[in-house]
Design a protein around this ligand. Structure first.
Ligand code: ATP
Ligand code: MG
Length: 230
């Protein structure tokens, strides 16, 4: 499957159930995300936000309804989905290899120059340039030589190199202090300004930066609107 031009995401009458006894987690959900739109997705713990992101990535298949990109169900893309959708998890995954290799995971063809450029855009260029081994510096398993905020910014640099038009952020700032969180979200939105961003968060902090805020409750959309209306 190959998509050209701006991508519209259509969620059509989507229902997803893990366990019939517990009932549907998402129940006949209808939503459209336009290319370049920044959407904050709010909802209580267990309301189905992460489930929705997994469905968007085609990692789960809905029991009924569909999610389509320009009319094609996301479940039909297989591994090619990575060309269109990038994900930043709550705890960004760093591998026990060099900084450069970690950045290359998003895009094997990225040059060192592009890697430095991505690091500059997330504000890590000086930090990495000051390391004796620069881009070849090894990252230990948990990425412990970096602070939580730095790990998120490294993962963001990887996303910049991946250059997918749609970015899913699943509570990417959990565990950070409010000021660092605000700064990171601002960095995400400005560095990825041309991308569609679907940002799952559990609180209102920073949502005014989004174009639209949606609330999910009991499997349904209970509000969708401009953040100023909150
Ligand atoms: P949080 O804000 O805590 O991350 P969430 O909105 O992301 O919550 P989900 O992780 O999507 O919520 O979970 C929605 C519901 O589905 C919850 O009741 C959860 O227990 C259930 N659930 C999630 N994953 C599974 C699974 N693999 N098997 C069975 N039930 C699941
Ligand atoms: Mg979740």
């Amino acid at each position: 499957q190959v998509l050209e031009g701006p991508i519209t995401i259509d969620i059509k009458d989507l229902t997803y159930t893990y366990d019939a006894a517990a009932g549907p987690v998402l129940d006949h959900l209808n939503l459209t995300f336009k290319a370049g739109e920044k959407i904050a997705v709010l909802g209580r713990s267990g309301s189905g936000k992460s489930t929705l992101l997994n469905l968007l990535r085609g990692d789960l298949s809905p029991q009924s309804g569909a999610i389509e990109m320009n009319g094609i169900p996301v479940t039909q893309f297989g591994d090619d989905i990575a060309k269109y959708i990038g994900v930043l998890q709550q705890t960004p995954y760093l591998f026990h290899t060099s900084i450069l290799n970690n950045l290359h995971i998003g895009n094997q063809d990225a040059t060192e120059e592009e890697a430095w450029d991505a690091l500059e855009r997330v504000g890590l260029k000086d930090l990495v340039a000051a390391l004796p081994e620069g881009l070849e510096t090894m990252i230990d398993e948990a990425g412990l030589r970096f602070s939580g905020g730095e790990r998120h910014r490294l993962a963001l640099a990887r996303l910049i190199l991946q250059d997918a038009p749609i970015i899913l952020l699943d509570e990417p700032t959990v565990g950070l202090d409010p000021i660092t969180e605000q700064a990171l979200i601002q960095t995400f939105f400005s560095t990825l300004s041309d991308k569609t961003i679907i940002w799952v968060t559990h609180h209102l902090q920073g949502v005014q930066m989004a174009d639209r805020v949606i609330f999910i409750e009991d499997g349904h959309l209970t509000m969708s609107g401009n953040p100023e209306a909150l």
